[in-house]
Each structure stands twice: as C-alpha cells, then as structure tokens.
Design a protein around this ligand. Sequence first.
Ligand SMILES: C[S@@+](CC[C@H](N)C(=O)[O-])C[C@H]1O[C@@H](n2cnc3c(N)ncnc32)[C@H](O)[C@@H]1O
Length: 186
Amino acid sequence: MALNTLVLVVAMTVALGASAIAPQAAAPQREPDVIFVPTPPDVVDAMLKLAKVTSSDLVYDLGSGDGRIPIAAAKTYGARGVGIDIDPERIREATGNARSNGVADKVTFRTDDLFTTDISPATVVTLYLLPSLNLKLADKLMKDLKPGTRIVSHAFDMGDWKPQQTQTVSGRSIYLWTIPQPSQRR
Ligand SMILES: C[S@@+](CC[C@H](N)C(=O)[O-])C[C@H]1O[C@@H](n2cnc3c(N)ncnc32)[C@H](O)[C@@H]1O
C-alpha cells in the first residue's frame, strides 16, 4: 500500500473511533464503517468521466455522504442517481443539496446499510470507503450487479480483483472495473 494511502486509511479509521464516542444529533442505525470524508470536486469529475457516465445511467454511490457524486452525475450528464448512507444526518444533508442543485427529480437518497441494500438497478457504482470495506463488498458487487455495470473507486482497489483502468487525479488514485458476463467471472 502506498504511503499516502496508508496515511488516509489511518486517519479515516482513527476518526471513526472518535466519532463513535462523540454526541450525535441523529444516530445511525449502527455505527458507520467509515467516517464522512468528501471526494474533492475534480476527483468526482474524473470518476464520472472514467465510468463514461451518460444520461442513460443510474449511478449508485455507496456511502454517499453529502451526495456530491450522484448530484454531479445528474447535473453534468443528466444521469439519475441514488445515494445510500447509513447516517441519517448525511441523508438529510444530501437531500437538501439535491434540491438546492435543482436535481431532486433525478437523484434520491436513502438511509440504509450499503452491505445489505438492493443495488441491482445500478448501471454505475461509485465508492470511497476503505480497503477492507472494498474487499468485503466485492462479492456482493459481483453477485448483485448486471454485466456491463461499471464500478469506480476513489483511493482504494479491490485486492485480487484487478482494475481495468487506474488514473491519478490531484494525487488521488481512482480505479475502474466492469462487471463481466457470468461465463467470464472468477
Ligand atoms: C468517505 S465517505 C464518502 C462520501 C462520498 N461517497 C464521497 O466520495 O464524497 C463514506 C461515507 O460512507 C458512509 N457509511 C459508512 N458505513 C456505511 C454503511 N455500512 N452503509 C452505508 N453508508 C456507510 C459514511 O456515513 C460516509 O458518509
């Protein structure tokens, strides 16, 4: 693991421990697996470009934070979007952001656990989680998503499941995979 990635993982994990003991206005159904750290706008743009998002796509952001990825997909490409976050406070914030950006008709947000929620309608999935969470999620992505669905992850890869493309944007790595036909699966 590169040093800057390691620093990021440690920072996100340590902050998660601190957030578990801080008082919270609206408590999630269970503790988030990773804290909210937003993807910078230029990296969001690059992720959507790497996935070749169009107006035909339905973009799911798993752990959607303030909603910036599905909102950008709707504003820039006319795509539809769904954001899933376990923290109801984030969902409230993202829903407000969709309204203030004029895309509330295209983007919805729901409070749910990304490991159990239905992701099967997605044509593009975006991730900014942690290495361990990507590894835990890989089987669900492969099982639940349709062939041809693109997955883009900010900062973290999926171990043995090698990406078909990797880019560096403002010092951040982004990775692309496409769900293969059943006959070509691992
Ligand atoms: C690093 S932030 C990424 C936010 C956004 N995707 C972005 O790139 O700007 C991770 C988000 O995942 C959410 N999260 C953590 N564990 C989750 C889980 N099990 N199910 C759904 N959301 C989760 C957190 O509340 C947080 O908002």
